[in-house]
Design a protein around this ligand. Sequence first.
Ligand code: ZN
Length: 375
Amino acid sequence: MCAAERTPLDAPLNFLSTDSVLPTLIFDKTPLWEEKGWIGAPLAKYLRPFINHLRRRCAPTTFGRITGEDERQTLEKARQDASMARPQTFHKANPPARVIDPHFELTGAKLSSLTQAIAYRGILERRDTPNRRQTEENLATAQAHMKTSQTRCSIWMSARHKDFSRAFAVFLWKLMHGGLKCGAYWSKIQGYEERAMCSHCGAVESIQHILFECNATGQSLIWSLARTIWEKKGMEWPSLSLADVLTLGLTAWPSQKGRVRPGATRLWRVLISEAVHTIWKLRCDRVVGHAEDEQWEHNKTFVWNKLQYTLNNRLALDVESVQRKYGGSALKRDLVLATWNKVLRDEPALPRDWTMYRGFLVGRTPALRVDLEPD
Ligand SMILES: [Zn+2]
């Protein structure tokens, strides 16, 4: 940057280097980044004004690699000069100005090379909206709930944990922003205030109420089934709060020796995320799908089957994901076994490595299923 800015525009300029980083950035990367309007491009802050300056030049500019011995010696001499104590007579130069001349600047992105994802990133880069109040509160709750200090970034990253279904990750994102349509959401909208109340209990229908307090069939039954499964794993059921849901991706279960138990930890994430999401879906089914009958509720068998079905699906997905055909993205067999061992039906009758077992096929017994029955 300094060399380019201090060389007159009509004097030749030769860049020499021991590696090819600069030519690669200029000749290979820059055309691609320019097509995408520099969205998400690293070094854009420096490279953009640099390219702009080079375009202003009318004399040749060359980029080369040092190969000859005399060139190497020149470079070595320059390095020694630069590292020597500065003579008193030297004046300190200003850092590069990084001025951009609009006549030599490509702006915007090429429509043909723009994807929705890049465009969205571009919008986010330009926007600087403050967080919503509810988001701030939830982030603070999540941070306060963790024993170790967590950055906001790690909380957001954990909300998209790979052990979550995509649908749950979306749910959690909305929950974090206070964007789920219930309770306080409706009380702010004229004409819809009554929707803020739980039609079953008459209380304010907050997320806290839906997930942990509502008397309509679903909430407490799902939690008691989740507890049954968790205790089969040999684990103690903790008291749960909304903060546990917000920090679910960061929760780890240690063994007595203090090491993280990967299997139990993963089961916890799958179990709690699916339980929460099932409760939410049951609530929407009841409130939105049966709005005309306020006293309507699910029957217990339906709720039981719904959770069973959801968890069996996750189990089946896990078994499928360990197959070798998925290569590097395949799940580790040991992790899948560690996740579900002790919570399967008729486990002693299953082969030791049941991930190879084709028991999902109809008619084979015993089928590979999660066991929701209390011992
Ligand atoms: Zn209720």
